[in-house]
Design a protein. Structure first.
Length: 249
């Protein structure tokens, strides 16, 4: 097993336990990231469908607004200077709040009206109905434009988040987890080899001890036999051929 496919560590029981814990953590992280990627992809597709719908509506709103502007100019004449004179501050503003999707914060834009209507007297002499209709159509186009901007921003944010999440999923699936599994296999094989070596060493040690014990026992038996022979040689014979000395009373 090459060192590129595993971690360069010293095999031991403690390291095996650590690697198993890391593999379990990597697998749990892989499952969570996979679920996150699925959730982001689902929201991404929903936003994509809304973007297509919003663009179609945006085209219709702009078309209607431009036609109503042409009607207002035809009915009331040039209203540009009157509008510029009456506008002091913005009558529409955009609020921003964040939406959380599987840990990814998506910006959401919402238009809202502020202040009063400064153009309520515009077109009072002539063309007031066409000017009011033009203002309503452009307000609808403005709301559609802000909605489209919000969807586009969320679309780009989700696209980047999905790419990052998929890269992490692929890294865990194809690099981290296989490397940890190869490391665990390496540790197990090395520990098995050490156990075999230890068993062989103990077996040889036991054989040597038995051989030494047998040799010692044989030496002891030989020494005991020689002692017995010496004792038998030292015992005097009672009924022998030699003559005893006379005893005088």
């Amino acid at each position: 097993m090459s060192g590129q496919n595993r971690l360069n560590i010293l095999p031991s029981r403690m390291m095996l336990t650590t690697m198993k814990a890391k593999v379990n953590g990597a697998r749990r992280g892989h499952n969570l990231l996979k679920k996150k990627s699925d959730a982001l992809t689902l929201r991404f597709r929903a936003i994509l469908a809304k973007i297509v719908e919003s663009k179609e509506l945006m085209g219709q709103y702009l078309k209607t607004s431009l036609f109503s502007l042409a009607e207002a100019k035809y009915a009331a004449g040039e209203i540009k200077h009157s509008v510029l004179e009456n506008v002091g501050t913005a009558s529409w503003k955009v609020k921003l709040h964040m939406d959380n999707v599987a840990g990814v914060r998506l910006p959401v834009f919402q238009p809202h009206a502020v202040g009063g209507d400064s153009l309520e007297l515009t077109g009072l002499s002539k063309g007031g109905q066409q000017i009011g209709k033009c203002r309503e159509n452009f307000q609808k186009a403005l709301e559609a434009l802000v909605t489209l901007a919000s969807l586009q921003t969320a679309f780009l944010t989700l696209d980047e988040a999905i790419k990052v999440t998929n890269r992490r999923v692929n890294a865990l699936e194809n690099v981290v987890i296989p490397r940890l599994e190869n490391t665990i296999s390496y540790i197990i094989s090395e520990l098995d080899e050490l156990e075999r070596e230890e068993f062989f060493r103990l077996k040889r040690s036991q054989k040597k001890k038995k051989r030494d014990a047998a040799r010692k026992e044989m030496d002891l038996e030989g020494a005991t036999g020689e002692d017995k022979e010496e004792e038998e040689d030292d015992v005097p014979e009672i009924f022998g051929d030699h003559e005893d000395e006379d005893i005088i009373f």
